[in-house]
Design a protein around this ligand. Structure first.
Ligand code: M6R
Length: 606
């Protein structure tokens, strides 16, 4: 949460930083600011504004800031309202020191009291400002030394970047919150994630906890918190800048929904054996050494994990469950060396998922990450990684990463089923053929957009909505409800369909529409009975049904047809109309689809 971008070099620094900030705005967007140094020794100039980056852009048009060094920040408020004063950068009273911070300084209150008592004047309500004063207090000409001295006194999480007019340097450090160095020829960048760097460089170094970095005219110097030199690898990012552009689509979310067929193709590429009877994942899985699988994740990734756990249990016959990471990290779970813990994450920076995975490791579990962002913190903390290859996901509401998670987890379940011997050749082949054919099925599912646009007013005007599914599609129902909530702000709840009659059915009224996934052929009669129970109570039911189902119209108010696929693969097809329903409802309500209120894409604080 919060996006940081900094630059030192020959280009107009404020413009470079603004370009980067626009690309990491999904990390937080309640206020933004930039501070610029025009020449060594001259006071810094800065602008900060409450609101989205566009507000800051307008201010910069009226008051341009020129310089060779700039620090920028886009905020997701934790301590202190989102207003101009609490926006970053925080700048010292003499205008010589500026700081941007992502994370939480947990002991800021006692530090602030002590600093106040010794004459420091605080302007904001933020936790971050204490670090500025601590650096000011310690500064004797060496900015990196002052930052180290300041950080020795704080507890919490940080990616912090500072500049002082007396040193033509940008100095930064990280603990828990991500920070990446971008390397150029005589120029360097810092950013919260690589997306900000894509227009400028693809040569990066991912900082690790405890790293302190100095960007200077002479290049990049890396040390630890004690000042000892450290070495980190330079990596080449294989994403290109265009994949993080809207490409003519009205919203990133819509573009990312549309990209899903090719996302599945990329996630499958090279991961199926030539005879299409097994998945090839390059993992040294010894399934007989695994008694139990726990999938841990947050939000949308946890719903993908729910599907994954169901598939692993069904195909590999290994007990598997999903655990929301924010609970698992504190729950004292039964985990040992015979447990495989699979952490699922788009960003690889979600603090709850990281903490749950660390806890699992501490207890001896084998850990595997199903992950999109290369070089992210999670990628360095697990035994194995399976990458999603989904490319940068910009919309705060996750769509294509979810699809890639389902693809990779399905491959993993097949591999585990083959390894345990519980998945026979015929079913493995059928599922793998089904996966290969899936992009085409997704194209057909995407073609339902027109139909869904007509149905969206039912959800946009709803008091609340219920999403129901069975089996592997219980998780799909949860994902559909989350999508609607987060971008349209219409309340929605999800339930296993059979649970309706145990309570939620009391909510049924014509203005509480029900979205029911009705593709499960094996339990079709149970599903239609549930739908009849809803209709008998004047429920308005939108059914997601398989093409060729002639009966469903008798049980639902409206139907959206999706291509018929194997039920175990159906979550991938069924989620598409649910994504589109959420999208069209949010558009109908005039919501900010890509940057919904109160959210941030990557949740790096507790
Ligand atoms: O980066 P991660 O996949 O770890 O993020 C997990 C959740 O924060 C994320 O999926 C969130 O729920 C999205 N807003 C869902 O659209």
């Amino acid at each position: 949460m919060c996006g940081i971008v900094a630059y030192l070099g020959g280009r107009p620094a404020a413009s470079v930083v603004m370009e980067g900030l626009r690309r990491v705005a999904y990390r937080g967007y309640d206020s933004a600011g930039v501070a610029v140094a025009s020449e060594a020794g001259a006071p810094l100039e800065w602008l900060k504004r409450a609101g989205k980056i566009s507000v800051l852009e307008e201010a910069l048009e009226r008051t341009p800031l020129a310089g060779y060094l700039a620090l920028g920040h886009t905020r997701w408020a934790t301590h202190g309202r989102p207003d101009d004063v609490n926006a970053h950068p925080h700048v010292s009273e003499d205008g010589r020191l500026a700081l941007v911070h992502n994370g939480i300084i947990e002991n800021y209150l006692p530090l602030r009291e002590r600093l106040r008592a010794s004459g420091h004047h605080f302007r904001s309500q933020t936790d971050s400002e204490v670090v500025l004063h601590l650096i000011e207090e310690a500064f004797q000409g060496d900015l990196a030394a002052a930052l180290r001295a300041a950080l020795a006194q704080v507890r919490g999480s940080y990616a912090v970047v500072v500049a002082h007019t007396d040193s033509a340097e940008v100095v930064a450090a990280r603990h828990t919150s991500p920070l990446v160095v971008g390397h150029g020829d005589g120029e360097q960048w810092l950013a919260s994630d690589v997306t900000a760097l894509l227009p400028f460089t693809r040569h990066v170094t991912h900082l690790q906890d405890g790293d302190v970095v100095v960007l200077g005219r002479g290049g990049v110097r890396l040390t630890d918190l004690q000042g000892r030199e450290v070495e980190r690898p330079r990596e080449l990012v294989d994403w290109d800048a265009e994949t993080a552009e809207k490409d003519g689509y009205e919203h990133f979310m819509l573009k990312e929904i549309a990209e899903q067929p090719s996302v599945v193709r990329r996630a499958l590429a090279g991961r199926i054996t030539d005879d299409a009877s097994d998945a090839e994942l390059g993992l040294s899985l010894e399934p007989h050494a695994i008694d139990r699988v726990i999938v841990t994740a947050a939000g949308t990734a946890s719903y993908a994990g729910g599907v994954g756990a169901a598939l692993i249990e069904s195909l590999a016959r290994v007990p598997a469950s999903v655990e929301v990471a924010s609970e698992m990290r504190y729950r004292d779970p039964v985990i040992d060396a015979r447990t495989l813990v699979i952490a699922v994450s788009q960003s690889g920076e979600t603090v709850d998922t990281l903490a749950a995975t660390r806890e699992a490791r501490r207890r001896g579990a084998r850990t595997l990450a199903v992950l999109n962002v290369k070089g992210s913190t999670l990628s360095r903390e697990v035994d194995d990684v399976l990458y999603l290859r989904a490319g940068p996901e910009v919309g705060v509401a996750s769509t294509k990463a979810y699809m890639a998670m389902l693809t990779v987890l399905t491959l993993l379940a097949i591999r585990m089923g083959r390894a345990t011997g519980s998945l026979d050749d015929t079913l493995a082949k059928r599922l793998l053929d089904g996966l290969v054919a899936l992009p085409q099925a997704l194209e057909s599912a995407l073609a339902s957009r027109e139909r869904i646009r007509d149905l969206a007013p039912h959800l946009a005007g709803a008091r609340s909505a219920l999403y129901l599914g069975r089996g592997v599609n219980v998780s799909t129902a949860f994902e559909g409800a989350l999508k609607l909530k987060e971008i349209s702000y219409v309340h929605a709840e999800a339930y296993p369909m059979g649970e309706m009659k145990h309570g939620p059915i009391a909510l049924i009224e014509p203005d509480v529409p029900v979205v029911a996934i009705a593709t499960d052929a094996e339990r079709y009669d149970k599903t239609t009975s549930s739908l009849q129970e809803l209709r008998a109570r004047d429920g308005f039911v939108i059914a997601i049904a398989s093409e060729g189902d002639d009966e469903i119209e008798a049980h639902a108010s409206e139907v959206v047809f999706v291509p018929r696929v194997d039920e175990l693969l159906s979550p991938m097809v069924n989620v598409v109309p649910l994504q589109l329903l959420a999208y069209e409802s949010a558009v109908a309500l005039g919501r900010d689809v890509d940057q919904p209120r109160n959210l941030a894409k990557s949740v790096t604080v507790e």
